[in-house]
Design a protein around this ligand. Sequence first.
Ligand code: ATP
Ligand code: MG
Length: 442
Amino acid sequence: MHLSNYFLPVLKENPKEAEIISHRLMLRAGMIRQQAAGIYSWLPLGKKVLDKICGIIREEQNRAGALEILMPTIQPANLWYESGRYDDYGKEMLCIQDRQERDMLYGPTNEEMITDIFRSYIRSYRELPLNLYHIQWKFRDEIRPRFGVMRSREFLMKDAYSFDSDYKSACASYNRMFVAYLRIFTRMGLKTIPMRADTGQIGGDLSHEFIVLADTGESMVFCDRKYLKIPVPSANINFFDDATIENIVRQWTKPYAATEGMHNKDGIWAKMTEGDRLSARGIEVGHIFHFSTKYSLPMGALIMGQNGKKHPVSMGSYGIGLSRLVAAVIEASHDDNGIIWPKEIAPFDIGIINIKPGNIHCDNFSQMCYEKLQSAGFDCLLDDCDEQAGSKFATMDLIGLPLQVIVGPRSAMAGEVEIKDRKSGTRKAMSFKDAINHIGGI
Ligand code: ATP
Ligand code: MG
């Protein structure tokens, strides 16, 4: 992509309305535009990052055996009357009427709809386990939308739903999602810690929130520093080996970890050494939940068990806030000059800066670099705009592409480029041939 053909409305000044760094940087880097309180458009650069995150989530959900579907944003209220949640959900739910005066709503979540799909087709334990997920916009009329896409009213969520014939198999499904989440967040360059979450009136201990540690997090979290060192399983892990998956979950739930609401400062925490205690602020990026027959019972999602008797199917749900994740990654990875994207979700792999557009050597050489790198499989953004060098450097640092290739008049004549690593800030001059090897080896 040539910057002259792109739409990158960067802001030079810090927007006043943005209180936290990720919101500020997303606005400044031209990633999002607010359309109403807590409702955003995603501009090209932001959309690219969101798509990359979707891609990772899809890969890992599919790897763990979940199947992608797509449910609508608008739901009939009937299903919510059946579960009893229509009145319980409260003012966060946006209720609407269609022209026939039927009650509809903009989905804040999809447990009812997925249960309806399940009960329409599945009859027997033989067809289980089943895990269906989708990536879809949700609407929750938050009382205080703030911090940009971190707490917005419309937001993109991945929500998966598991169906099992009994508790043991439901636990295995839960564990698969747990391990898939570890892989998802790690691939995005995030350190997340699974924390036991409150299961409310439903009871049981199968609920975890996945929390990214960041100073701007909304809640306090308390955990054992050992979490920072536990290995995350590699891509070839066998998700269908229940015992192995359970072992990983055990390893990741053994050390102490609790959100503010669950924290007990007189229990295990009091016995831990000062050096092991980590209290920090955190951002919830994912939440997994086993809720058994909470929806299947009232909604009549029954299956024939092995004993020939019908019983309600056992369910769980597994959410990830994709749009919030974009902000969370920025909170965890930035410096004074802007965003530093982890490689896997960077909007482009490489930014090429032509310092002097109009200079024939610079134009030809930067274009040649662009074509060679593109054909080597790198997605590049070539800044070919007629701007001051200083402003070009600032923009490239702001948008945070992992690697910069800088082409100036003198280096172009010599067939050389300067390579800058965005994270470390190190710059190295080398021939373009060496640069290709260097970049390929990264
Ligand atoms: P929170 O406690 O932050 O309000 P929640 O517990 O109500 O979130 P869940 O129902 O668990 O949210 O939704 C799954 C995921 O969706 C959350 O882990 C979070 O990443 C994301 N999410 C929830 N609400 C919002 C929101 N208003 N804006 C952006 N993302 C959100
Ligand atoms: Mg939650």
